[in-house]
Write a protein that binds this ligand. Sequence first.
Ligand SMILES: C[S@@+](CC[C@H](N)C(=O)[O-])C[C@H]1O[C@@H](n2cnc3c(N)ncnc32)[C@H](O)[C@@H]1O
Length: 234
Amino acid sequence: MYGRGELRGTESDKPIAIDKITKISIEQGAMLNKLMRDHSVERSLEIGLAYGFSTVWMLDALCSLKEAEHIAIDPFQKKHWHGIGLAQAARLEFAGRFEWLPDYSIHALSDLIRKKQRFDFIYIDGNHRFDDVIVDFYLADQIMRPGGLIVLDDMGMNSVRIAANFIINNRAYELVEQSIRNIAVLKKKHDDDRNWKHFVSFEVHDSSKASGLQMLKSSLRKAVGRCRRTFRCQ
Ligand SMILES: C[S@@+](CC[C@H](N)C(=O)[O-])C[C@H]1O[C@@H](n2cnc3c(N)ncnc32)[C@H](O)[C@@H]1O
């Protein structure tokens, strides 16, 4: 897939020319794959199928597990992406169940919440506006099991970095150390138990001042300091 300028989709008999931007790097794909294997993931979900690059890395991590399930949410898969993600996923010998939900993430995630579904790993790479990322996270959290991982893509964007900073300061998630700067890997500590007026202020930097990871680490240090002062722990 990475070497090709054209890929087959479900919506046309001929290969379709693909843009060069819409794919995760090989290093980032390998990291998603490693994180899933290291955390014994069996049920995963992603927002943003596009050409299926991330999907193929994620399905590969689950490939040999018969009970595994992977869901990809994307309302534009057939119209905009010519079904290329679906066709690429179909090329794999995936023993588990792969499902595409052709809906906006707010609707698909809300349906999964109502069905009381739980996942071990959720990769958020859909609409990258700040409020979309926050809403995707808010809904994804409700189907994430404690101990599972939520990964935010495109930490180079202020919108995503600020969303990640809110999460680290306000939600029961900790940052997992890893080497890919473009993603934030967030581990869920427990289900949400904040009271109705909970809010911890956090700093908003722009990208010229600090790298995403540096900003998150500094934010995390401040959040831990605040927690120690509040609870008078050592
Ligand atoms: C950057 S692309 C995903 C790339 C893919 N993860 C990869 O690396 O191969 C973003 C995708 O999000 C989808 N998308 C945009 N808004 C969405 C929404 N509200 N709900 C679900 N998917 C959305 C787009 O159709 C697009 O396929």
